[in-house]
Design a protein around this ligand. Structure first.
Ligand code: OXD
Ligand code: MN
Length: 591
């Protein structure tokens, strides 16, 4: 950043200029910087962040172009209790969201933001969610006093003057304000005003709370806009499956956080699948709209990945290991004396000594983890060796299958297919996942997380289900809907399925079903593969009996499952579409 560019707007859009002026008057920064998104700007901002101690430059021989960041230890994850949907009526936000009336929340946040940028710089960050020129793409502008946010938004979005060019003189942009304040949990609010297309986030500097294009705009505000405008904003990866004959089939898949979405999006097929390729389009978010040919088209609104680091290694995700070997920002991993990074689950032995994510000395004898379990990499999608070129296609890709999944040690088979769209919506709506030992509620307890959108749906979840059901009328050739579970265990507590690259076998059955090539058997819960239609070649030691155990449908467990599903349905009863109640009755009658 140079003195000449400081304070000089790179747009003449009057609405933008007026709004920025209002926020400057409120927050009182010492200076205002308008980001242009250029390489020179990034270089200068990185140097400034290093000088200010916000980033540490990592060893350029081992990790060229990589930087290290530590967040405040009280600020390491999304905070659902501080996340609000502020609609005129509480019923619009629904029982699964925290709610406050917009007027009260605006008053509270204006009070907190007032004068909060004294002595600081306010950065104006214009960005696009989606490829330039796509009918699905949205413009956002984030005003922030965090240089870490500016640098991360430069990776995660298409950031800079191009967003002002797309906006022109219009006022159709998301207004985002982020004030770090003193990064104290008592003053932390992530507030969404869907009716004003506005997000205000204060008191945090953790990615999921402050990179406002991601969860806030692309999911919470996006889902609200999607219902009004006839599209779907979903917590889904998008991948392209290429068969040896060149045929490409596109799938979208929703899993709750920490179920391996990024790994699946970047999966490398096992040796037995010679000639097959998986291409990544997105690893976290899909925006989907019916296209003129009657199919459902998806774009990934993001331009980078904000992935969980621990557990990433050359077995779980070799493509990610390549991706994060250069030009990556690491947050809250461990730092070695030679300015390399380390995390639990990385290839090779632990360092003899390093600094943990808090900056304290760590040795392999230490009881605490060296890297925070939610430590992250921020890396541009362009560096993914298997990035599909279609990720930049403004038309998006036609989706043939939608996959829902969760982490379940019992009851749920490896894979099954819904009978039809509404039944598929029911599978998504009743999705559940086991919480890990670290989560409140205790290990093994199943949390219902419909479509993996529980923390991200910007309006009443019952209306969201209705929107999903209604979308069917606008899609002539709807994607087939599947449910998967990589995590089923046997009575001894061992995983029944090897997972990782072997998940390709499930993906192949799904692709074959979409093209009418694979057989399936009808069961009370849906269509399932049989050992003849499911490819087990080249999986030594894996028997047909094991496959049958994985696919087993235990009536007792299913009856319990249906009763458990009721918990969420009761909460949503006033807005629950009757189609879902009928699906439940049908399932009960079949089991
Ligand atoms: C994420 C999440 O960060 O889902 O992507 O929590
Ligand atoms: Mn996510």
């Amino acid at each position: 950043m140079t003195k000449e560019t400081l304070g000089r707007p790179n747009t003449s859009n009057k609405t933008v200029l007026k709004w920025v002026d209002e926020i400057v008057k409120l927050c009182k920064p010492d200076q205002v910087y308008w980001c242009d998104g250029s390489k020179a700007e990034r270089k200068a901002l990185l140097a400034e962040a290093v000088e200010k101690g916000v980033l540490i430059k990592l060893n350029p021989k081992k990790l060229p172009g990589c930087y290290y960041h530590r967040s405040n230890p009280n600020d390491v994850a999304r905070v659902e209790q501080a996340t609000f949907i502020c609609t005129e009526n509480q019923d619009e936000a629904g029982p699964t969201n925290n709610w406050m009336a917009p007027k009260d929340m605006y008053a509270k946040l204006r009070g907190l933001a007032a004068g909060s940028m004294r002595g600081r710089t306010l950065y104006v960050v214009p960005y696009l969610m989606g490829p330039p020129g796509s009918p699905l793409t949205k413009v956002g502008i984030e005003l922030t006093d965090s240089i870490y946010v500016v640098l991360s938004m430069g990776v995660m979005t298409r950031m800079g003057t191009l967003a002002f060019e797309q906006l022109g003189e219009g006022d159709g942009f998301n207004r985002g304000l982020h004030c770090m304040l003193d990064v104290h949990p008592d003053r932390r609010y992530i507030a969404h005003f869907p009716q004003d297309n506005t997000v205000i986030s204060v008191g945090s500097n953790y990615g999921g709370n402050v990179l406002l294009g991601k969860k806030c705009l692309a999911l919470r505000i996006g889902s609200y806009l999607g219902r009004q405008e006839g599209w779907l904003a979903e917590h889904m990866l998008i991948l392209g499956v290429e068969a040896p004959n060149g045929e490409k089939t596109y799938l979208a898949a929703a899993f709750p956080s920490a179920c391996g979405k990024t790994n699946l999006a970047m999966m490398i097929p096992p040796p037995a699948f010679k000639g097959w390729k998986i291409w990544t389009i997105g690893d976290d978010i899909a925006w989907m709209k019916p296209g003129p040919d009657g199919r459902l088209y998806a774009i990934n609104p993001e331009a980078g990945y904000f992935g969980v680091v621990p557990g990433t290694n050359s077995k779980s995700n070799p493509n990610a290991m390549q991706l994060i070997s250069h030009d990556t920002i690491y947050t809250n991993v461990a730092l070695t004396p030679d300015l390399d990074v380390w995390w639990e689950g990385k290839d090779g032995p632990a360092p003899k000594e390093c600094l943990d994510w808090r900056g304290n000395k760590w040795t392999p004898e230490s009881k605490e983890k060296a890297a925070h379990p939610n430590s992250r990499f921020t890396a541009p999608m362009a560096n993914n060796p298997m990035l599909a070129p279609e990720a930049n296609d403004p038309h998006g890709v036609p989706i043939s299958a939608i996959i829902f999944g969760g982490r379940r040690s019992d009851t749920i088979p490896l894979v099954f297919q819904s009978f039809n769209w509404v039944h598929g919506v029911y599978l998504g709506a009743t999705m559940g996942s086991e919480m890990t030992a670290a989560a409140v509620g205790g290990a093994g307890q199943v949390r219902r997380d419909p479509m993996a959108m529980l923390p991200f749906c910007g309006y009443n979840m019952g209306d969201y289900f209705r929107h999903w059901i209604n979308m069917r009328k606008h899609i002539k050739y709807p994607p087939r809907i599947f449910h998967v579970n990589w995590f089923r265990k046997n009575a001894q507590g061992h995983f029944l399925w090897p997972g990782f690259g072997e998940n390709m076998r499930v993906i192949k059955w799904i692709v074959d079903r979409c093209h009418g090539r694979a057989d399936a058997d009808e069961t009370p819960i849906g269509w399932v593969p049989n050992p003849k239609s499911f490819d087990l070649n080249g999986l030594p030691g894996f028997t047909v009996e094991q496959f049958e155990q994985l696919q087993a449908i235990n009536e007792e467990e299913w009856r319990r499952e249906v009763l458990m599903q009721d918990e969420l349905f009761m909460k949503l009863h006033s807005r629950l579409p009757k189609e879902l109640i009928f699906q439940r009755e049908l399932l009960l009658a079949r089991t």
